[in-house]
Design a protein around this ligand. Structure first.
Ligand SMILES: Nc1ncnc2c1ncn2[C@@H]1O[C@H](COP(=O)(O)OP(=O)(O)OP(=O)(O)O)[C@@H](O)[C@H]1O
Length: 394
């Protein structure tokens, strides 16, 4: 089990933040980063959220609750409150601040600043009016959105552009490690923005890409990373592929069925691909209001990105080009691995049981504590740097 220091009530934290700023700016590797200039006082945040009024609570994640707030100038904010019971904790809090402050892109959620005061550790983001893609696609009746085809496509392209920026265009090459529908937020115009950089990692050339600390969400983790700790940007490409399939189908990758069998959307997609009926996966809620050609393209792309072999997955810039229609999408040639458990799942597939998502069971189990045995290990520089900072932090 990972152990997190409890949060003490003192202005020592403010000094610690200043110290972290100082240390980050002096760390050669991180000197390109700048911590958010926006430092908020607890009084400002309490006023904005009406003292963390439960009515303003808009979500709950691994860090703790998230509140909606409004600043005196009328701008809306989302406040992530690091709970003292958080399973994630200070390490990811610092990581999130460091990572996202160094990044700016229309498809990444903006961090306005942070507040470290009293017993509070808070991150302040731009408010995303339409909450998460997960809620838009799989939320309960009333909260779910009727996303039309063009909007689904726009969201998919937005996520791809955000990832292409992280992997190939930003000054720091970053693997997000936790791409999933709850980490894609939607603004008032339903533009997609990637959030949650608590697990993000810098992709350095000298890195062996083997990690001892596997973290991510089941159902979205690339097989080579989940089983061997082999982490490259292609792990994000895999997760993106799963999300693309979810966007087209309107179904979560994990669905709990009677008899305790799990059926994975990805397995189903492979079966349909083999049968030549991949288009059956398109969300029935769309009726006939979608482009067959574009849907086929997006489904093919979803399968291409989830190829078992990372080298056969396209780079995210290629994915963007494919989605924009500048590069043809090759037809995937995936073979279904017919294990015994797959046979079980096939039987479930033959009896259609997608009845909306109200009973879907989340497979979002975090694997940060998993004890996979991995042969080689090398602490990456960023991790050791943040660890040192955290040692200093308390
Ligand atoms: N900037 C924001 N604007 C609007 N809603 C937000 C914002 N950030 C988070 N939320 C809401 O709060 C929820 C929790 O977010 P958070 O990033 O803390 O955790 P998560 O990504 O859902 O889960 P985990 O931390 O376990 O990966 C989101 O699913 C979303 O509904």
């Amino acid at each position: 089990m990972r152990c997190f220091p409890s949060i003490h009530c003192s202005c020592r934290k403010v000094n610690q933040l200043l110290f972290i700023r100082h240390r980050l700016s002096r760390t050669p590797f991180l000197s390109q980063m700048h911590l958010p200039t926006g430092s908020f006082s607890l009084r400002q945040i309490k006023a904005a959220t009406r003292n963390f009024d439960p009515e303003n609570k808009i979500g709950e994640g691994g860090f703790g609750p998230v509140y909606k707030g409004i600043l005196p100038d009328g701008s809306m904010i989302a406040v992530k409150q690091l709970s003292s019971k958080s399973k994630q904790g200070n390490r990811e809090f610092v990581n999130e601040i460091g990572m996202i402050s160094a990044l700016q892109h229309p498809n990444l959620v903006r961090l306005f600043g942070c507040c470290i005061e009293g017993n509070q550790l808070l991150l302040i983001y731009e408010y995303m009016e339409n909450n998460s893609l997960a809620r838009a696609l799989f939320g309960p009746e009333g909260l779910r959105l009727n996303l039309d085809w063009q909007t689904r496509r726009k969201i998919c392209i937005g996520i791809a552009r955000g990832l292409a920026y992280l992997h190939e265009e930003s000054r720091l090459k970053i693997v997000h490690r936790d791409i999933k529908t709850t980490n894609v937020l939607l603004d008032k115009d339903l533009n997609a923005k990637i959030s949650d950089f608590g697990l993000a990692k810098l992709d350095e050339e000298e890195n062996t890409h083997i990690s001892t600390r596997i973290a991510g969400t089941m159902g979205y983790m690339a097989p080579e990373y989940a089983t061997r700790g082999h982490l490259t940007e292609k792990a994000d490409v895999y997760s993106f592929g799963v999300v693309a399939l979810e966007i087209v189908s309107g179904k979560s990758n994990a669905k709990y069925l009677p008899k305790d069998d799990y059926i994975y959307l990805l397995d189903w997609a492979c079966v349909l691909q083999e049968k030549g009926t991949l288009l059956d996966l398109v969300d029935p809620a769309l009726g006939t209001n979608f482009s067959i050609e574009e849907a086929q393209q997006m489904l093919n792309l979803g399968l291409l990105c989830t190829n078992q072999s990372p080298t056969l997955r396209p780079a995210m810039s290629t994915v963007v080009s494919m989605l924009e229609g500048h590069t043809p999408v090759p037809v995937p040639t995936m073979k279904v691995n017919r294990t015994e458990s797959m046979e079980l799942r096939f039987r479930a597939i033959e009896t259609p049981s997608w009845d909306g998502d109200s009973q879907a069971v989340s497979m979002g189990a975090h694997m940060a504590n998993s004890s996979f045995s991995i042969q080689s290990s090398k602490e990456d520089l960023f991790r050791s740097t943040t660890s040192r900072l955290l040692d200093d932090f308390g």
